[in-house]
Design a binder for this molecule. Structure first.
Ligand code: TXA
Ligand code: MG
Length: 345
């Protein structure tokens, strides 16, 4: 199959809708990362998503909605009533935007979407191209990140092509994603709200909005059985090159490695030295993280070493992704880097 990339326009959106309504897949931009979309209420389209990604069927998908009207989603059979009270206020405050909610599943959602769970993940993206596509389509889109399973999420159309060329007919190109990391996943289906995947809408923001502690659940699932956060696999978001998190800020750029520094420490400009931010901001680090990892990965060095992530509202999300991607820790000792593999759970 030939994979085409078309810039977002009225005609490419129309074409995307035709492909989707015929049951095929289209990759599209969102404010977080690119999604691999298929009709969310069609089992066959959803199965195609799992196949194109090589994703285990135990890892459920997010349904992307065009509207944040939860009552409408109930009457459309996407959600089941009663909707948790907090969901209304959270969606009014944070939708459209990079927040996924885990809510009771309605009768029209195929079991393939939820991996058999009684809850469904829903989100209303704020990216204008994603909104336009969803409005035009008039149907929820099931969409995981548009990468092969376990690999780095794509944040531009060329990264989608590198991941899925030949597996899907169309990629809508809306330019680089503004956020750069996946949405926060908040469960409102348990006795208390809990974050299953940290993202740009952080624990402190949600805690102060809900006026209660909203913790991040620190657990990993496995591919055999859906856990409350089935996609939170221990090993995920990985480059091909082994990635090591440095135990202290990188000062020695020696050894045949790729180095990702958090900010420019007035270091020499060399092809194996990559700078994550030029302004020390967590939001910039997030926006650049996956592209930088891909660039470092392409140079086929023996290892990628990355600076510690300093504190900011984005730190929990960045550290979460890096910990899942990493092979171990790098420690500078006796004039050389010691690469210590982590023990996998
Ligand atoms: O930013 C994003 O969320 C992107 C864009 C494309 O919207 N999508 C994305 O999808 O990251 P994916 O499939 O890569 O991650 C979805 C996460 C997984 O960790 C999955 O396990 C979790 O949401 N999830 C989905 N349904 C769930 C459910 N019913 N209960 C708990 N976790 C669920
Ligand atoms: Mg993903």
């Amino acid at each position: 199959m030939r994979t085409r990339i078309l810039p977002v326009s009225k005609s490419s959106i129309q074409e995307a809708c035709q492909i989707l309504l015929a049951g095929d897949l289209v990759a599209f931009p969102t404010e977080t990362v690119y999604g691999l979309g298929g009709l969310g209420l069609s089992s066959t389209a959803v199965l195609k998503i799992f196949e194109a990604k090589g994703r285990p069927s135990t890892d459920p998908l997010i349904l992307h909605l065009s509207s944040f009207d939860l009552a409408q989603a109930v009457s459309d059979g996407i959600l089941a009533s009663p909707i948790p009270k907090k969901a209304q206020s959270v969606t009014q405050r944070f939708w459209p935007g990079p927040l996924t909610l885990i809510l009771p599943k309605g009768p029209r959602v195929p079991t393939e979407v939820t991996s058999g769970l009684e809850t469904v993940a829903v989100r209303c993206p704020s990216d204008p191209s994603a909104s336009l596509l969803l409005k035009h389509l008039g149907h929820p889109l099931a969409a995981p990140s548009a990468n092969r399973f376990g690999r780095i999420s794509p944040t531009d159309a060329s990264a989608v092509l590198a991941e899925l060329e030949g597996k899907i007919p169309l990629i809508l190109d809306g330019g680089p994603c503004t956020n750069g990391i996946e949405s926060t996943v908040l469960s409102l289906s348990e006795s208390k709200p809990v974050i299953l995947r940290p993202g740009s809408i952080d624990s402190q923001t949600l805690s102060s909005f809900l006026q209660m502690d909203v913790p991040i659940r620190n657990s990993s699932g496995n591919v055999q059985s859906p856990s409350p956060a089935p996609g939170m696999l221990d090993h995920h978001y990985s480059p091909m090159t082994p990635l090591y998190l440095c135990s202290s800020p990188i000062k020695a750029f020696s050894g045949v490695f790729e180095f990702i520094t958090y900010a420019d420490h007035s270091i020499p400009k060399k092809p194996n030295i990559h700078v994550l931010t030029n302004d020390q901001q967590g939001s910039t680090a997030a926006k650049n993280l996956y592209r930088t990892l891909r660039n470092a990965d392409q140079r086929a060095s023996s290892a990628i070493l990355i600076d510690p992530i300093p504190n900011s509202p984005w730190a929990a999300a960045l550290i979460d992704r890096l910990q899942r991607a990493c092979t171990g820790t790098a420690v500078w000792s006796d004039g050389q880097w010691q690469l210590i593999p982590r023990v996998r759970r």
